[in-house]
Design a binder for this molecule. Structure first.
Ligand code: PHE
Length: 344
């Protein structure tokens, strides 16, 4: 028995020592230390030995198996570290190499302004209009008739408004005020909405004018809405958009669908009211048109002007953005020049 054990021991040590990598070491380990190994079978045969032999053989078996395990573990560590180092060397990443440049886009400055204004009016209780009440391709009825714009009014002239070919009475809306008419025809007061969107006018394109631009319309209709509410809301909007130190001025004006009407100026951002070329040396910049909804308009959309009143306003997104960031050419918003866009 002892001879057999020593024979296996010598053979096992030789094979373990001869292994050259994790794979061959694993093979040797299985051969000599696994459950079905010859060595293990000797352990199983212990029970058939005479009692006086058991302690000697038992301790010899234990001694040899821990000796072999120790040897396997030492070899394993050696091979493991060697193979790990080889792999790390092979898979090494040079972090100093240039990466692939993936340009990242961001929100267009006009959209940023719209988002900001929508948020400000959200704080003042205005919600965003449903898109179906604010279409860009519109019937004359909503862009003009229901807004009290007479048939012969110059704004309807093909010079200003884009009419759709072969489609009588269909226009590209010239103002977001079309949303007022649609909203009021389709819902009951209280109404408190804003409606941002594109508008189109047949203008000669210049640094100040483009034939596509963006407006934001607001409408508040309820019982007892007054000019005081209009002033309060729009002053608060200007304070939140331009900052608290910016004086405003309400000037009497005219729009067919509001009575009375006002235009609202903010003190010139560039010269602080002293007078410069941006404000045509007046010290003021016009930024909003507004007024109390004309009783005729309320009546035409089915709202009783004896019970309800309201105010409406409209503002230009390009103009507000240009003033805030001192941009001097409206065409920059539409040219897709990354050098401009990436500044926002
Ligand atoms: N729609 C007007 C314009 O484009 C602005 C406006 C809106 C005026 C609402 C009064 C009320 O000039």
């Amino acid at each position: 028995m002892e001879n057999k054990i020593n024979e296996i021991r010598t053979q096992a040590i030789a094979e373990i020592e001869a292994s050259t990598d994790l794979k061959s070491l694993e093979e040797a380990k299985n051969k000599y230390l696994s459950r079905n190994s010859e060595f293990n079978n000797l352990k199983k045969g212990m029970k058939d030995l005479p009692n006086d032999k058991k302690p000697v053989i038992g301790s010899l078996l234990n001694k040899v198996s821990s000796e072999l395990e120790k040897l396997v573990n030492e070899k394993f560590e050696l091979f493991y570290i060697k193979e790990l180092n080889e792999r790390l060397l092979k898979e090494k990443i040079d972090v100093t190499l240039d990466g692939d440049y993936i340009p990242q886009g961001h929100v267009h400055p006009l959209t940023q302004t719209v988002n900001e204004i929508v948020e400000i009016f959200g704080h003042l209780g205005f919600s965003l209009i449903k898109p179906e009440f604010s279409p860009e391709v519109e019937l004359e009825k909503y862009n003009f008739d229901l807004l009290n714009v007479p048939k012969e009014h110059p704004a309807r002239d093909v010079q200003d408004t884009f009419y759709c070919e072969n489609m009588p009475n269909v226009v590209l809306r010239s103002q977001t005020s079309n949303a007022q008419a649609r909203q009021m025809m389709n819902s009951k007061p209280p109404i408190k909405i804003i409606s941002p969107g594109r508008v189109y006018r047949n203008e000669n394109v210049s640094a100040r004018k483009n034939n596509l631009f963006h407006q934001i319309e607001g409408l508040y209709v309820d019982k007892n809405v007054t000019m005081g509410h209009l002033k309060g809301v729009l002053n608060e909007f200007i304070r939140l958009y331009f900052g608290s130190s910016r004086p405003t001025r309400f000037r009497s004006s005219f729009f067919p669908f509001t009575e009375p009407s006002v235009e609202i100026d903010v003190q010139c951002i560039m010269c602080q009211g002293k007078g410069c070329s941006v404000c045509s040396h007046t010290g003021w910049l016009e930024i909003l048109g507004a007024g109390m909804v004309d009783p005729n308009v309320l009546r035409d959309v089915g709202i009783d002007p004896n019970v309800y009143s309201g105010f409406a306003f409209g503002t230009g997104v390009e103009r507000l953005t240009m003033l805030k960031y001192a941009i001097d050419d409206i065409r920059l918003f539409f040219n897709d020049d990354v050098r401009f866009l990436k500044q926002f």
